[in-house]
Structure formats: structure tokens, C-alpha cells
Design a protein around this ligand. Structure first.
Ligand SMILES: Nc1nc2c(ncn2[C@@H]2O[C@H](COP(=O)(O)OP(=O)(O)OP(=O)(O)O)[C@@H](O)[C@H]2O)c(=O)[nH]1
Ligand SMILES: [Mg+2]
Length: 248
């Protein structure tokens, strides 16, 4: 299922997207290490400051610095450059712990509902996922259940044309549950593999909008067993530690 080329280009794009972070955070670390011959207490203090300024959070920063100090005590770090590698490994381990691949079963319609606050990248992520699944040989269908924001339907329509997958839509202002209801039946009759639902951006404090989301999810479950099979919350990676306040 994995397409090596698309995987490569995905990582290339991810690298480009994160270049500003690299230039800021990583450049600061490189500058800190540059010219240093020994691992001193000052170096740990500087690193701590860089991590806090990059909004890595006190818990992460404390754990990492303690680990580095312990390694230094055991003479496991040859030079200041080794601190950077340790930081890298520490971050990769944390990400690996929460890694959860999205596995689409071989049979039946698989539904993915995409949620998040306004402007976090839901629709763009849907376009990327649709392209990925379709390149992997699956038949994908998109659902414009953001009937609230002006031009949201047109935006998803552009993605559907770009990645060449069908779109189920109604007029702006339509009930999202009705759009999803139609979409499930359309996808079943066309024997689609994946149905991806775009929803309107909303804050979790907006009770009416949260109720609307629950209703949409309920209707999906009623029309298709287990639906939505996956619910993806799209978060903006530049938000920093505040992201932890966002209810999943
Ligand atoms: N740098 C960067 N920009 C992104 C990414 N994903 C989306 N964007 C941009 O963020 C803006 C909002 O993206 P959308 O996909 O429309 O976000 P949304 O969550 O669907 O927005 P609403 O439907 O208004 O709630 C657009 O300008 C996108 O091009 C990303 O991964 N990196
Ligand atoms: Mg959107």
C-alpha cells in the first residue's frame, strides 16, 4: 500500500514546512554548541533556556536535561555535539510512543471524520489524505459537511478536482447530518473504500456546534455500523503547549 515515491515527497514537503522551526530552534542549538569543547553547566543552562523559549514545556525540558546530565556523568557524551543527538533521540522516542498508523481495512466502507477549530488545516489535510489513499489504489469520496463557512464547499471542490476524487455536497447552510447521510449511501452504492468528511471549524466551548457534531456522528453510526471509524482532530503544530488544553 505504501508508495515509496509519495512517501519521499511527503517527507520532503514536511521538511520544507518545518524549515522555519528548524531555522529557529535548531539554529539556536547549533549556535550554542558551536565552538564549545566541553559539556559545561552553562551549556545545560543555555539548552534549558532554548527549549523553554521554543515552548517545549517544562516537563519535557526537565526530563531531557536530567537525562543529559546523567549521560554526561557516565561519560557517555563525547562532546557538546552529542547533546544534539540525544535531544533528537529523546524527541523521536516520544513521538514513536504515540505513533498510531491509520490502517484502512481491505473490505467495506471506511469513514473518517475530520474535526478541529477554525483554520487548523482540516480541509488541506483531507486533500492530502485523499491523494495518498487514491495513489494507494483506493476509491475515495469526499463529503462537504462544512456547510457553514462561506466558500468552504468550493474549497473542498477544488481539492476533489485536484486529486480527482468525487465530492458529495449540498447547498451552503444545509444540515451537515443530511449531507453525511446522502454521502454514506452514495459511497455504498459506488462501493467506495474511504469516505472523508470535512466539518466546519468550531471551538469546543460552542455547545450548539458541538451538539451538531454529535448528531452528525450519530447519524453516521446509524447508517453504517462503526461509523465514523476514525475521527481525526487536526491541530496547528505551531500552537505550542496550549494545544494540550484542546479536548481530543
Ligand atoms: N504551513 C502550513 N500551512 C497549512 C498546512 N495545512 C494547511 N495550511 C494552511 O492553513 C490555512 C487553513 O487551512 P484549511 O485547510 O483551510 O484549514 P481548515 O481547518 O479547513 O479551516 P476552516 O475550514 O476555516 O476551519 C490555509 O491557508 C492552508 O494553506 C500545513 O500543514 N502547513
Ligand atoms: Mg475547512
Amino acid at each position: 500500500m505504501e508508495d515509496t515515491n509519495s512517501k519521499k515527497s511527503f517527507f520532503k514537503k514536511l521538511k520544507q514546512g518545518l524549515s522555519r522551526t528548524r531555522k529557529g530552534f535548531v539554529k539556536n542549538i547549533d549556535e550554542m554548541i558551536f565552538g564549545e569543547k566541553v559539556i559545561s553547566r552553562d551549556l545545560f543552562n543555555d539548552l534549558e533556556e532554548i527549549l523553554i523559549m521554543a515552548d517545549m514545556g517544562p516537563a519535557f525540558t526537565y526530563d531531557l536535561i536530567e537525562e543529559m546530565k546523567a549521560c554526561a556523568k557516565r561519560n557517555e557524551l563525547q562532546n557538546p555535539g552529542a547533546l544534539k543527538q540525544l535531544l533528537k533521540d529523546h524527541m523521536i522516542n516520544i513521538l514513536k510512543e504515540s505513533e498510531k498508523p491509520l490502517c484502512i481495512p481491505n473490505s467495506g466502507l471506511y469513514t473518517i471524520m475530520v474535526l478541529g477549530v477554525n483554520g487548523t488545516g482540516k480541509t488541506t489535510t483531507i486533500g492530502k489524505m485523499a491523494s495518498h489513499f487514491s495513489k494507494a489504489g483506493m476509491s475515495v469520496m469526499l463529503v462537504a459537511a462544512d456547510t457553514f463557512r462561506a466558500a468552504a464547499i468550493e474549497q473542498l471542490e477544488i481539492w476533489s478536482r485536484r486529486v480527482n476524487v468525487p465530492l458529495i455536497k449540498q447547498k451552503m447552510g444545509a444540515d451537515p447530518s443530511a449531507v453525511v447521510f446522502d454521502a454514506i449511501h452514495a459511497a455504498q452504492s459506488r462501493k467506495s473504500d474511504v469516505l472523508i468528511i470535512d466539518t466546519a471549524g468550531r471551538l469546543h466551548t460552542k455547545v450548539n456546534l458541538m451538539e451538531e457534531l454529535k448528531k452528525t456522528s450519530r447519524i453516521m453510526g446509524r447508517e453504517l455500523k462503526g461509523a465514523p471509524h476514525e475521527t481525526l482532530l487536526v491541530l496547528d503544530a505551531t500552537t505550542g503547549q496550549n494545544i494540550c488544553k484542546c479536548p481530543a
